[in-house]
Write a protein that binds this ligand. Structure first.
Ligand code: ZN
Length: 137
């Protein structure tokens, strides 16, 4: 499952940081999760918790902080920038759901609010990023 692969990547990164910096415990992992992402948050949290248990004491005190990043779009035609929330009002619930899980779908339903062009970039708020990994020796 996709969520497990992502969670595994996060945990592997933390393990590498711990080895490199000779940390006995990881105390905090801070992540950013795009509003437009392909993961089911509940599965992701479960996956993180399960994976952390497989590393003995390393993650016994870890606080995980996940911040949601608002998605911003930029029109390639006119340069206009807008947020997902600006567009969502014009979409029905089913479409909104599919956009959250399959960002590619955004290009089918979302148009630049200014010039109606379907040609835009997702500037930020997509996928997942690790902001910081902190631990103690
Ligand atoms: Zn435009």
């Amino acid at each position: 499952m996709h969520e497990w692969a992502l969670a595994d990547a996060v945990i592997q990164t933390a393990v590498e940081v711990a080895q490199r910096e000779s940390l006995k415990k990881i105390t905090s992992i801070k992540m950013s999760l795009g509003e437009l992402q392909e993961i089911e948050r509940e599965f992701f949290d479960t996956a993180l918790n399960e994976l952390m248990k497989t590393h003995g004491d390393l993650f016994s005190k870890t606080k995980i902080n996940i911040k949601t990043i608002k998605t911003r779009f930029k029109c390639r035609a006119c340069g206009h920038q807008w947020k997902l929330s600006d567009t969502e009002k014009t979409l029905d619930e089913e479409t909104r759901e599919s956009i959250h899980f399959i960002p590619e779908v955004a290009h089918v339903f979302i148009r630049c609010p200014k010039c109606k062009s379907p040609d835009f970039d997702i500037v930020e708020g997509r996928g997942i990023g690790i902001d910081s990994i902190v631990g103690e020796k």
